[in-house]
Design a protein. Structure first.
Length: 347
């Protein structure tokens, strides 16, 4: 008897067979459903009031896509509020969580130095001997520098806090031009999306580069290049947020222009400020605090110009020029900032 199969059913059968082959093929990474919870790597992500969302959800997504068992841990089971106002209910507290293989310490509302008796520091030091890896993201590294775990190690954080890290971790080697550092057990990542890169690196380290690439491409659609040399600190605009780090903060601003590359950057903001003299004084204080050299100060009726040269920790020399001018709208000013590389260290 001749059996006729329609093209639609034919392709449906092929898809079912292909899915079956993938499930049975040992070369294909196991999915969450293929692993028992006890055989999956356990990842504890510490969260707290003011935690930066991407710092913990980025690694959460990576490790979850890799098939690891991921859970959140906090000081208590009370809901926490993230830096952006999101409410998150922790899975466990510091005394009830399963034993972790990996601990993630995200950034956010983290003091530069915590006392050795702080519950969070005590917990980290208790966990260190029994976990395989501890990974910090952004200024979550200050949890580690408040312990004795990173002395002599290569560590990093987000670009704006690198000078602070050098001050609070004098016994460590602070790395300015890396997305993350790997010291074996201790991994530290720069800010925000750098936590995703560090987590992918750790997946590759534990499960192999093919597994890492599979997670990046299929689990996240994230175009991560493991050997990419991008460093936030090395971009010319890294100096702009530092220069704007004044009090009161310049939150009430409109971004008109913000573009450039590793060697130059031009930006223009419209800022609400009642007193232009106070603003200029605050910008000068930031420059003085960072020990930038004054090239020239020009003041006239049309605007205020400030010109500086500065050197970074990598030996690069930069120029930073600003112009402040009043706008037609009362209490609004334009603040133009131009950054240019003067010299560059040999690579």
């Amino acid at each position: 008897m001749k059996i006729s199969i329609s093209p639609i059913w034919f392709y449906a059968i092929l898809i079912l067979l292909a899915c079956q082959n993938v499930k049975e093929n040992p070369a294909v990474a196991s999915s969450r459903d293929d692993r028992s919870e006890t055989s999956r790597k356990q990842v504890a992500i510490f969260i707290f009031d003011g935690v930066q969302i991407i710092d913990f959800t980025g690694p959460y997504e990576v490790f979850g896509a890799a098939g690891y068992q991921v859970f959140t841990v906090a000081e208590s089971l009370e809901p926490i509020t993230t830096s952006m106002g999101m409410t998150v209910v922790p899975d466990y507290d510091l005394t009830t969580h399963p034993q972790a293989d990996i601990i993630v310490l995200p950034g956010g509302n983290v003091p530069h130095q915590l006392d050795s008796t702080d519950r969070r520091i005590v917990w980290i030091e208790e966990q260190a001997p029994v976990v395989d890896h501890i990974m910090s993201v952004c200024n979550g590294v200050f949890f580690l520098t408040s312990t004795n775990l990173v002395q002599g190690l290569r560590i990093t954080t987000n670009a704006g806090m690198l000078p602070h890290l050098s001050h609070f971790a004098p016994a460590s080697e602070v790395i300015y031009d890396a997305r993350f550092t790997d010291n074996g057990q201790i991994i530290t990542a720069g800010g925000f999306s750098a936590g995703i890169d560090a987590a992918l690196h750790l997946v590759g380290k534990l499960d192999g580069r093919p597994a890492m690439a599979y997670v990046a491409n299929n689990g996240m659609e994230y175009n991560w290049q493991a050997n990419e040399s991008y460093s936030r600190y090395d971009m010319a605009d890294a100096w702009i947020p530092i220069f704007l780090d004044v009090y009161p903060p310049l939150f009430d601003k409109k971004i008109i222009k913000y573009e450039g590359d590793r060697d130059q950057w031009e930006s223009l903001f419209h800022i609400r400020r009642e007193n232009i003299g106070e603003l200029i004084e605050q910008l000068q204080e930031i420059a003085q605090m960072n020990e930038w050299d004054v090239i020239a100060k020009i003041s006239d009726s049309s605007g205020k110009d400030l010109h500086y040269t500065l050197n970074d920790a990598l030996g690069n020399s930069w120029s930073l020029n600003t112009t402040i001018q009043p706008l037609a709208e009362p209490d609004f000013y334009s603040l133009e900032i131009k950054v240019g590389r003067l010299t560059k260290t040999a690579e």
